[in-house]
Design a protein around this ligand. Structure first.
Ligand code: HEM
Length: 436
């Protein structure tokens, strides 16, 4: 028996070493610069991603090694604005989402975010287009203001009791409520939570780690998927929120005229019009996606804006002055279209999202059939290629002091290159649907 185990271990060692040697010396990507360990085994990237801040680390590699860096045996990272906007993440790109990365978000069903098939994605996105249209969102302003009122009342309690406001959680309470009302038209109670800490926040934090494990070890996803009702954290919690919201919506009647339609209502109506078969699991996954994609991202942007403005009281007062001169009645609820006309406010929103880069993880795509030539390198079909918006939002050649909150940089005459580099919502056919 011992001999058999030793024999199996020897074979496994030969296999692992043999693969590493192949990856290092005989792989088509062998000439692309990068850490030797990353070229030999995907464990290097897995380890970095589990530790967090891997995107900062890859960004630093680009600064040393150039625009193309090999970060795993079959995966390269690219830092090139032209290639980002006009090739890989363009509107008519043939570089599709890489299944190894996005399938890890499927649980139990897929969603518009994780769909890797181009035609299926376009069909599903069409169902969402009305809900996310500017007209529909403008129609929901009243709802947003009422959430804002409830939020401010909660924060006021902290001020009156002279307690510090837990800004990150407070911001997420606001955005979770807004996303929930937008998606299902019902509250999830986040604004009534003790200490502004909703249980879903922990689930969202766990999701990041769980998804990274699923990406490298898909078998874990299959097993946990089967056991998911028994697992007390992660996807099931998020799905429970989504399932509850959907059930509530089904038992309510439509919104009154004059208001925007909530996402699920609009999506169901579109699906019926287009005879699109949208199964319940898929609806729930799309609902969970909205909660997880819409809460932390907008929450981090609001946190960054408030924190940075609090650090710069002169700027805070200047913004307050501009708002009060445009809307002298502080209890008014100005139309969003009017608010958008205040340049310093727009600049602060843009700068907060730029500094925060809420989704700074890589967005992996696969090189299409026929391969792709980039400078002196040839990437064969199916090579995974990824970039992070961080590389461009924090490019020191475009944004002086890239980590500093300096909204007035957006008020200069020529902001073309900054606008092009502001890729927090990505670009092209798979860019963020929620950016409006
Ligand atoms: C500041 C806030 C936000 C930021 C920075 C952001 C960023 C992004 C980015 C970078 C992507 C592309 C990811 C990839 O290709 O892997 C994306 C996709 C997506 N986002 Fe957002 N997002 C934000 C808010 C929202 C909100 C509020 C919602 C919905 C309520 C939302 C829903 C989505 C969806 C559905 C997709 C997938 C689109 C597709 O594949 O066609 N996002 N977002």
């Amino acid at each position: 028996m011992a001999g058999l185990v030793a024999y199996a271990a020897l074979i496994a060692t030969f296999f692992i070493v043999g693969r590493a040697v192949r990856n290092l010396f005989f792989h088509p990507l062998r000439k692309i610069p990068g850490p030797r360990l990353a070229a030999a085994t995907s464990l290097w990237l897995f380890y970095k991603e589990m530790k967090a801040y891997s995107d900062e680390e890859v960004f630093n590699l680009h600064k040393r090694l150039g625009p193309l860096v090999r970060i795993a045996p079959n995966e390269v990272s690219i830092c090139d604005l032209e290639a980002y906007r006009n090739v890989i993440y363009s509107s008519n790109t043939t570089f599709l989402k890489s299944p190894y990365y996005y399938n890890a978000f499927d649980n139990p069903g897929g969603s518009v975010f994780s769909e890797t098939n181009k035609a299926a994605h376009s069909a599903e996105k069409r169902l969402l287009s009305h809900a996310f249209s500017r007209a529909n969102l403008l129609g929901m302003q009243g709802l947003l203001y009422s959430i804002c009122d409830r939020w401010i009342k909660q924060l006021d309690k902290y001020v009156k009791e002279n307690r510090p406001i837990p800004l990150w959680h407070a911001s997420q309470c606001f955005t979770l409520e807004a996303t929930s009302m937008f998606s299902y038209g019902s509250s999830n109670g986040s604004l009534e939570q003790e200490d502004l800490l909703h249980p879903l926040f922990l689930a969202f934090e766990n999701l990041a780690v769980i998804v990274t494990v699923f990406q490298r070890l898909p078998i874990v996803q299959i097993i946990l998927g089967k056991l998911q009702t028994l697992i007390p954290f992660g996807f099931p919690d998020v799905h429970r929120g989504s399932r509850k919201g959907l059930a509530k919506l089904k038992s309510q009647k439509d919104h009154q005229d004059g208001e925007g339609l909530v996402m699920f209502e609009s999506m169901t109506k579109k699906a019926a019009e287009q005879h699109f078969d949208m199964d319940n699991d898929r609806m729930i996954s799309n609902g969970s996606l909205m909660l997880s994609a819409g809460t932390g991202t907008t929450g981090l942007s609001i946190t960054t804006a408030i924190f940075s403005l609090a650090e710069q009281p002169d700027l805070w007062r200047e913004l307050q002055g501009e708002l009060l001169s445009a809307f002298p009645d502080p209890s008014a609820t100005p139309d969003v279209v009017e608010l958008e006309k205040i340049p310093l406010l727009e600049a602060c929103v843009k700068e907060a999202t730029r500094v925060a880069v809420p989704i700074r993880g890589k967005h992996p795509r696969e090189v299409p059939e026929g391969g792709w030539k980039y400078k002196e390198y040839f990437l064969p079909a199916k090579t995974v290629i990824s970039a992070s918006p961080l590389f461009h939002c924090h490019d020191e050649h475009v944004f002086e002091d890239p980590k500093m909150f300096k909204p007035k940089r957006w008020l200069k005459n020529d902001t073309k290159i900054m606008q092009q580099s502001h890729l927090v919502f990505s670009s092209g056919s798979r860019m963020c649907i929620g950016q409006k």
